[in-house]
Design a protein around this ligand. Sequence first.
Ligand SMILES: CC(C)(COP(=O)(O)OP(=O)(O)OC[C@H]1O[C@@H](n2cnc3c(N)ncnc32)[C@H](O)[C@@H]1OP(=O)(O)O)[C@@H](O)C(=O)NCCC(=O)NCCS
Length: 196
Amino acid sequence: MSSDQKEFYAHETAVIDEGCEIGKGTKIWHFSHIMAKCKIGENCNIGQNVVISPEVVLGKNVKVQNNVSIYTGVTCDDDVFLGPSMVFTNVINPRSAVNRRGQYSKTHVGKGASIGANATIVCGHDIGEFAFIGAGAVVTKTIPAYALVVGNPSRQIGWMSEYGHKLVFDKEGKAICPESGEVYYLKEGRVLKSNP
Ligand SMILES: CC(C)(COP(=O)(O)OP(=O)(O)OC[C@H]1O[C@@H](n2cnc3c(N)ncnc32)[C@H](O)[C@@H]1OP(=O)(O)O)[C@@H](O)C(=O)NCCC(=O)NCCS
């Protein structure tokens, strides 16, 4: 891609391999490496020293903080936040002497989810929409939409609104986000935004 066709910004120290699609308005900062055939949506921010392995797919407005590694098999929907130094994985049982290339586990991160600083996502566990993974958590299970999880191994300690506030449900299973005023319902272990 010639520079005059580019509608995204990449710092001169960033490396972008062949066959990538990078959306308009996206910014890629110092020393980051986007490997072959990645698809990165519009208005993303890829911080410093980020590695994105081949064929990773990121939606629109994904914010990737410094030192994050996103490996092949990972897909992130729109508005995902990946905190500084968090890391994905894509092989459950790596051995240096055994070649498992092409056998990568998949991990999907739903729209609006946030992953805190230094968290580790053990591969094959999807993260639901608007889930919130606390700083330093080690995720070893699939995480439901809107769940708040912390610790190693991560455990659910509550639910988070789309604006990132803990949801306190009353005995009818209703909660209101203090920032947006949006109403949430807890029904059969799932958070919904319309009254079931
Ligand atoms: C998970 C999080 C949102 C909780 O924030 P909070 O609602 O203010 O939580 P509190 O401080 O009230 O903590 C509630 C309990 O959870 C524990 N806790 C909070 N965050 C934790 C974490 N990341 N890991 C383990 N335990 C945690 C607290 O120690 C406290 O435990 P206690 O009840 O036994 O005292 C926040 O701690 C967090 O990890 N945010 C992510 C920050 C981040 O990575 N930002 C990246 C951009 S810079």
